[in-house]
Write a protein that binds this ligand. Sequence first.
Ligand code: NAD
Length: 365
Amino acid sequence: MIDTQPQVKQTEIFSAMSELEHEQLVFCRDEATGLKAIIAVHNTMLGPAMGGTRMWNYQSEEEAIKDALRLSRGMTFKNAIAGLNIGGGKAVIIGDARTQKNEALMRRFGKFVHSLNGKYWTAEDVNMSSRDMEYVRMETPFVTGIPESMGGAGDPSPVTAYGVYMGMKASAKKVYGNDSLHGKRIVVQGAGHVGTYLIEYLIKENADVFVSDIFEDKLQNVTDQFDVKVADPKDLYAMDMDIYAPCALGATLNDETIPELKCAIVAGAANNQLDIEDKHAEMLRDRGILYAPDFLINSGGITNVYSEQQGNYNRDRVYQQTERIYEVCTEVINYAEKNETTTHRAALQLALNRINDVGKVKLGY
Ligand code: NAD
């Protein structure tokens, strides 16, 4: 029975939505499968909202909501700066992916995605695989990142890693005068999908790579394949390194870690790396650390799934488009320098310029 006189105790959600300028927040709950998910639609000015689904064992609902709001907003800027005609969205599923993720849960989630009728398109993110997207696809066509055997583009992580690599090289060019990563001490935090493909590029360039992960099996997988050293997660930030590549979760650039960092560059795949965006971007700048904006350099994955969503997937074209991250990252660095602002602000501004420009064409979904 639906309660006809509900007691609404929580009113802060609308404040949070208006603070970050969200259009819509969808709460999905299903008793039978145990699904608890949140779909956040941030902005549909350039097209339908698009962004991956993350499953995480959040400590509180507030933490999950905050993550959905932050991540979906990040997608708006990422999609815009990547030159794509899609808006920003993201979904989070609350729970332990190792024990609670199964076909029924993913398909029930797919039904919720379908209920938005194409306003939100999903894909994979942390703790999600192409197989999971296959389950979602059983219930809705509004999903990308499905296996190639089903007509999809497959796992976007290799393209994401390529874009991060491009951004890292553009940053190296600025800091060292050339973009070679040969001999550079690079710490990759997170030996997951993207981290592993990134390590492959770095090793090919003879970089001195260190890796950390919270799971032994993930570490084993990379140490079996590549000549890398394992970094102790406890001492990671204070390590003597040239480049820190966050490829795990967000908010690792914060009040505690930034003063410890000894690197010259931060360039990684993780979304929302800056705990408090402006404050921590400024702290990095003040410390003389060049920060390659996360939402720019990790946009290869969304470029990949966008091509899939458009229905004319072409891998070569996706890699060409992703290679542009090098140019755009250079443009961002130069813009920041010229306007005496942070690279984070500069990237936001360039993304906003595109939303405003293309918004004039009235492509609103
Ligand atoms: P993943 O789940 O495959 O890998 C994340 C890895 O980080 C896991 O191995 C996990 O065990 C590890 N990890 C978690 N907490 C850690 C910690 N405190 N220290 C060290 N390791 C830790 O995810 P992924 O697809 O590789 O994505 C990595 C990051 O990049 C995420 O933030 C994701 O949002 C972002 N991203 C991914 C893509 C993509 O194409 N997959 C695209 C854009 C952005």
